[in-house]
Design a protein around this ligand. Structure first.
Ligand SMILES: O=C(O)[C@H](O)[C@H](O)[C@@H](O)CO
Ligand SMILES: [Mg+2]
Length: 398
């Protein structure tokens, strides 16, 4: 079997989107004063550079007609350019079963500029498509090629609860608790740029969600790189009484020493990894005890080939892996490793941040039932197909 073609298409959403709201989610831009948009004004929208209303879909086809589906959501247009110009020539004519060779070929050939960020995300998209081909070629789901079923079904956590009016936040938590979720991730809306008032707002929000879900359910707290070491050191002791399962991305991804200091500071585990890349990136996080939960995203980190290696590495360090975002490319890794206790889960919503787009492009992602996900032992490959019913909501660029 040989790779005959690679097709990367950018799906740009033209449908309805939820209007941005200020302090939606603390993020790395909160601390950056923008003298044009007066971004720090109350209600300012600093998440705008992290919102992504497009996605690149990759189809790798073999000479015997098998088409593997891959995807990338980090800088999708740039990822397409990298795939078209640099990566496709490296895989055309190659045997997809040589996936380790192909992953190394892409990783090393672009190493001068692509070892972090969108270069790795582009590699991930092709690698994911290759694994879809492998599964389809032998009639097995990808997780059966990675180690098989390690769980009867996958526990998942409800992930949204972006900062909003306290009553709306509680109503959202209640709604999904009633749907059987036993774990919830909420977002802080405030960070160092919002002073003591922001501290009070953050604590009020956590208290309000705990009031609804109680203490017999997991609560995870997301900062999305929006705090800094000093602010996080102030906040963590105040948060301990709420017993969060983890505090996520308190500082920017490069502040690994900051992560490590926070991870030892209190009883609250620090999580991260959705903005880290390659086996070596995670070795660094583990060696420096920077995180207690690893959260790579398989469509960023270097694909299934790379994520499978990281799963093994994390197992050796006894650090659990709970990949970012859910979505099928991650579910197969989670199902196939005992060291992956649960998945993130974004229910289907109107398009807001962009994570929601996965559901408007692909069919096949399992719907959560009572806080669990199931994969099909008999569905070959990733188990995804391209949706048709929303095509008129996208502008698609070949
Ligand atoms: O952990 C997550 O789900 C991500 O950080 C979100 O995708 C991001 O939108 C911020 O919540
Ligand atoms: Mg996150």
């Amino acid at each position: 079997m040989k790779i005959k073609s690679v097709r990367a298409r950018v799906y740009e959403w033209k449908g309805k989107t939820v209007p941005p709201q200020g302090n939606f989610c603390s993020n790395a831009m909160d601390l950056v004063y923008d003298n044009k948009a007066n971004r720090h004004a109350a209600g300012s929208d600093t998440m705008n550079t992290f919102r992504f209303h497009c996605w690149t879909v990759v189809e790798v086809e073999t000479d015997d007609g098998i088409i593997g589906l891959g995807n990338v959501a980090l800088a999708p247009r740039i990822a397409k350019a990298i795939i078209d110009e640099y990566l496709t020539p490296l895989v055309l004519g190659q045997d997809p079963w040589d996936y380790e060779y192909l992953n190394q070929r892409m990783y090393r050939a672009t190493h001068a500029w692509g070892r972090k960020g969108v270069g790795m995300a582009a590699i991930s998209a092709i690698d994911i498509a290759i694994w879809d081909i492998l599964g389809k070629s032998v009639g097995k789901p990808v997780f059966k090629l990675l180690g098989g079923r390690t769980k009867e079904k996958i526990p998942c956590y409800y992930s949204k609860l972006y900062r909003t009016d306290i009553k709306d936040l509680q109503a959202e938590a209640q709604k999904f608790k009633d749907q059987g979720f036993r774990a919830f991730k909420m977002r802080f809306g405030h960070g160092p740029a919002h002073g003591q008032q922001g501290v009070v707002e953050n604590l009020k929000a956590v208290e309000a969600v705990r009031e609804v879900i109680g203490y017999d359910n997991d609560l995870m707290l997301e900062c999305y790189m929006g705090w800094n070491l000093e602010y996080a050191k102030r906040m963590l002791p105040k948060l301990e009484k709420f017993q969060p399962r983890w505090l996520e991305e308190p500082v920017i991804a490069d502040d690994i020493d900051g992560y490590a200091e926070l991870n030892q500071l209190t009883s609250i585990p620090i999580s991260g990894g959705e903005h880290e890349f390659s086996l070596y990136g995670f070795k660094q996080l583990l060696d420096r005890k920077a995180v207690s939960v690893v959260q790579y995203d398989t469509n960023r980190v270097g694909g299934i080939t790379m994520a499978h290696k990281i799963n093994a590495l994390c197992e050796a360090y006894s650090v659990p892996v709970i990949p970012h975002a859910g979505q099928m490319h991650n579910y197969h890794l989670t199902m196939s490793s005992l060291n992956c206790p649960m998945s993130e889960y974004f229910p289907i919503f109107d398009v807001e941040v962009g994570n929601e787009l996965f559901y408007y492009i692909f069919d096949g992602d399992p719907a959560a039932e009572n806080g669990f996900l199931q994969l099909d032992d008999n569905l070959p490959g990733l188990g995804l197909t391209l949706k048709t019913e929303y095509l008129d909501h996208f502008t698609i660029t070949e």
